[in-house]
Design a protein around this ligand. Structure first.
Ligand SMILES: *Cc1c(COP(=O)(O)O)cnc(C)c1O
Length: 372
């Protein structure tokens, strides 16, 4: 049996009627940007995250970038970021003109380790940017408490975690602001690029609203040098349909994850995801670790099972940050993770038969006749 890592078409097919109706509604309206669909989606997603304000933007990178700009963070400022995130977290900081300051993760959760934060702060630190990596919330209470002591902003990178809960509260509403991505493969994915800022800060929301549209809050009057980063009406209409399904699809992901956790327990050499008692992850990714990860990935590919590596190169070792002068071994945990992580297929449309095939393949390899 062939098991692709991810298939997006089933998300369309399951909601085809409603998505097609949304398409026709927008096309027939004659209005394609900054209209009623976006307004409605912003209200619905703000309510979902439990915040007062949502501002739709072009993508997740822009959401983070515009929040940093709107908080006045730029040249000469430092922003604490995880050493082991998708590079967009760092790029948002660099794009604003500030400097990303990496901190190593908790080795069990792979999220920002609050115990290592204080040592990374300097008089130039302006914000902490925790990522809810792989769909699991970071330890926000500790991060926010430390930030308050030092007068810093906390901005959640909620690109991978729509619907996750931290001590019963939904991510995207746990700090000063959050950047959300609706890239098609994310838990709440559009059919193209899209993103949003969520916040309880009315001033920040107004600033981001202006920045996404040329720095203008009144047509052709430009108070700031803004950007063009708008969430269009078609994507907003599609996202409204998919938002109504998000909890159900997240539950299906959780069922898959729980099956993996039970079926793969105790397999030689395999490290399974660790979930703290206070976390309700939404399993954007199901990430295992193995000391011979490349051999495991090859063996699974030979069995027809698609996997991916999130991520093979930590940002400090990427060409993008070569000029920053980080020694290659500056962040050994991030490097170890990059060398050992492997993402198994997980999603609302993975069938029980596909799941069985993946588990059987891993058990077969783990029985000493493959990579274990
Ligand atoms: C996807 C992602 C982003 C960027 O989102 P885009 O919509 O692709 O710009 C940022 N941070 C993390 C952790 C992501 O996974």
């Amino acid at each position: 049996m062939k098991v692709p890592f991810l298939e997006l078409k089933p998300t369309y097919l399951e909601l085809k009627e409603e998505l097609d109706a949304a398409y026709h509604r927008v096309m027939d309206s004659g209005w394609y940007l900054l209209g009623k669909e976006l307004e409605a989606f912003e209200a619905e997603f703000a309510a979902y995250c439990g915040v007062q304000h949502c501002v739709g933007v072009g993508n997740g990178l822009e959401a983070l970038h515009l929040v940093l700009r709107a908080f006045g963070i730029g040249a000469g400022d430092e922003v604490v970021v995880p050493s082991n995130t998708f590079i967009a977290t760092w790029l948002a900081v660099s794009y604003a003109g500030a400097t990303p300051v990496p901190v190593e993760p908790d080795p069990r959760t792979y999220n920002l380790d609050p115990a290592r934060l204080e040592a990374a702060l300097s008089p130039r630190t302006k914000a902490i940017l925790p990522v809810h990596l792989y769909g699991q919330p970071a330890d926000m209470d500790q991060i926010v408490a430390l930030a308050r002591q030092h007068g810093l902003k906390v901005i959640e990178d909620n690109a991978q975690a729509q619907g996750a809960r931290y001590r019963g509260r939904t991510t995207g509403g746990l700090a000063d602001a959050a950047g959300n991505s609706f890239y098609p493969g994310k838990n709440l994915g559009a059919f193209g690029d899209a993103g949003a800022v969520t916040t309880n800060d009315p001033e920040l929301a107004a600033k981001v609203r202006a920045l996404r549209n040329y720095g203008s809050s009144r047509k052709y009057y430009n108070d700031d040098q803004g950007f063009n980063s708008r969430l269009d009406e078609l994507q907003a209409a599609f996202l409204r349909v998919k938002l109504r399904k998000l909890d159900e699809w997240n539950h299906r992901r959780r069922d898959v994850a729980h099956s993996y956790l039970t079926a793969l327990e105790g397999l030689e050499g395999l490290t399974l995801p660790f979930v703290p008692a206070w976390a309700e992850p939404v399993w954007h990714l199901f990430v295992i670790r193995h000391p011979r990860r490349d051999a495991l990935q090859t063996a699974l590919a030979e069995a027809g099972i698609g996997t991916l590596i999130h991520y093979p190169v930590p940002p400090h070792r990427s060409g993008a940050y070569a000029a920053s002068g980080f020694p290659p071994n500056a962040f050994p945990l991030a490097t170890t993770l990059a060398d050992t992580v492997l993402s198994l297929p997980v999603g609302p449309h993975l069938s029980p038969a596909q799941l069985d095939a993946i588990v059987a393949a891993l058990r077969g390899l783990g029985a000493g006749n493959g990579v274990a």
